[in-house]
Design a protein around this ligand. Structure first.
Ligand SMILES: [Zn+2]
Length: 136
């Protein structure tokens, strides 16, 4: 049984190959809207061999050492983006390798994700959680 690489559910119907952040995933139809569909040929030739490390313009561009701070409404952002993506807390937890309770607590504002986790969530949900710290 083929499993969806995004939500982990078994794919009973046709799996869809999509491009998400420059990586190719085989996903179930509901998850295919998270990425850009690619054909098998594109997967084999242009995508994997055209450039070793494609510069992804959609990546948030942080200066490496910039001071960032978590936005105050991070919990709302995460919840909204997750729901928009049609993912459950379990699904995003599994994808991010985090416990369900972690996701749940982040969405209720009881847990403040550290920078690494915040960036993982940002990357996965295509949102901004860390903003440049303002000096006052
Ligand atoms: Zn899926």
């Amino acid at each position: 049984m083929v499993q969806c690489e995004v939500c982990g559910n078994p794919i009973r119907s046709q799996s869809v190959t999509v491009l998400i952040d420059g990586a190719v995933f085989r996903v179930c139809p509901p998850c295919s809207k998270l990425g850009k569909p690619v054909t098998a040929q594109e997967t084999d030739s242009s995508i994997t061999t055209s450039k070793e490390k494609p510069h992804d313009k959609s990546q948030p561009s942080y200066p490496p050492d910039a001071e960032v701070e978590l936005r105050s409404d991070y919990s709302k952002e995460v919840k909204q983006a997750r729901e928009k993506a049609g993912l459950s807390q379990e699904e995003i937890g599994a994808k991010l390798n985090e416990k369900l309770s972690v996701i749940r607590h982040i969405e209720t504002g009881k847990l403040t994700p550290n920078d690494a986790l915040a960036r993982k969530i940002e990357h996965f949900l295509k949102i901004r959680l860390l903003l440049p710290a303002e000096e006052e």
